[in-house]
Write a protein that binds this ligand. Structure first.
Ligand SMILES: CCCCCCCCCCC/C=C/C(=O)SCCNC(=O)CCNC(=O)[C@H](O)C(C)(C)COP(=O)(O)OP(=O)(O)OC[C@H]1O[C@@H](n2cnc3c(N)ncnc32)[C@H](O)[C@@H]1OP(=O)(O)O
Length: 289
């Protein structure tokens, strides 16, 4: 994993915390500010709850926390599975923190994007069996996070999708490929081009979501499904996953710097900044009503 300077500062800070792999069997809810982690030492399943109010949006610091946690779980031999969910029963994740992209400092913007790439690479390529228990809305970067898991269970009454085009933004190729790899080319063409935010049922009907379960039962269902995944010998499951996902990951690894440059150039355009300002005003005004 390649870390930026700011991310490394965080790694050092977190290393000083009493959060070590050997301590994983205890409750680790104090591990980081924005993540609640519960490790079941017996099953080897970690439940990670996104816990960054108000909407679990991903800023540089939050992405860094997630990357550090992923690294620790990957290195913990007793950990075999990861259930990713939200501590907020209405919003899984609001996606990328829009404030990171508004009037940005180019260096921080580049670091933000590299850290997001790192999060996607570690979750998409994880050796762990990963299940997203989507217990709330999940636009854009929230949808990408769910798409990076092996299995998705969603509660009814919410929306999910890669809605970037609706905001005048082009979803990067690795967002789109993540969608293609889950739903197939045709469905991905329609929902990515139109920037569709789909209801849980619509997402289920195109295979974006594997299972629909009421919010109050979602974690139990995720644990039961995890048992099925963990019946397969880890080594066979992991190498099969790697075989299937490697071409997509390799494309990003080969173009990582170019992808960052494209992102920074695009986001810092006057026209994009203007549109972003209007969108932020709309969000804030909606929140006030
Ligand atoms: C070759 C060319 C290459 C070009 C490459 C370009 C690549 C660019 C790629 C960029 C990819 C972007 C991915 C993203 O994820 S962008 C973010 C998309 N997310 C959204 O649009 C979500 C917006 N939010 C919502 O829809 C709702 O807030 C939500 C459904 C999540 C929750 O609704 P609810 O009613 O419960 O809450 P509020 O709307 O009242 O919001 C509460 C407060 O939270 C703030 N908020 C919401 N979302 C975000 C966010 N994403 N980032 C930061 N802040 C957010 C909202 O403003 C409210 O704040 P205040 O209380 O302070 O007003």
């Amino acid at each position: 994993m390649i870390w930026g300077r700011r991310a490394l500062q965080h790694v050092k800070r977190f290393k000083r915390l009493p959060f070590q792999p050997e301590g994983l069997h205890r409750c680790m809810s104090a591990a980081t500010q924005n993540l609640v982690v519960e490790m079941d030492g017996k099953s080897g399943v970690a439940v990670v709850k996104l816990n960054k109010p108000p909407v679990n949006s991903f800023n540089l610091e939050f992405l860094t926390e997630i990357n550090i946690l992923m690294e620790k779980l990957e290195n913990d031999k007793s950990c075999r599975g990861l259930i990713l969910t939200s501590n907020n029963n209405k919003i899984f994740s609001g996606g990328l923190d829009i404030m990171e992209m508004y009037n940005p400092q180019p260096d921080r913007l580049a670091e933000f994007w590299r850290t997001l790439q790192g999060m996607w690479l570690s979750l998409y390529g994880s050796r762990l069996a990963t299940i997203a228990a989507i217990n709330g809305h999940s636009p854009a970067g929230g949808c990408l996070t769910a798409l990076s898991c092996d299995y998705r269970i969603m509660a009814p009454g919410f929306t999910i999708g890669l809605n970037e085009t609706q905001l005048g933004i082009i979803p990067p190729f690795w967002f789109v490929e993540s969608m293609i790899n889950v739903t197939g080319q045709r469905q991905a063409e329609v929902c990515c081009q139109k920037g569709l935010m789909m209801t849980t049922e619509q997402a289920h009907s195109i295979g974006l979501v594997d299972d629909v379960v009421p919010g109050e039962a979602i974690l139990e269902r995720a644990h039961n499904e995890m048992k099925n995944w963990l019946k397969v010998p880890d080594f066979a499951r992991q190498l099969t996953k790697r075989q299937i996902r490697k071409p997509t990951m390799d494309r990003l690894i080969a173009k990582r710097d170019e992808d960052i440059q494209n992102f920074v150039q695009f986001i810092t355009k006057d026209s994009v900044q203007k549109a972003m300002g209007v969108y932020i005003d709309q969000l804030k005004n909606k929140a006030k009503k």
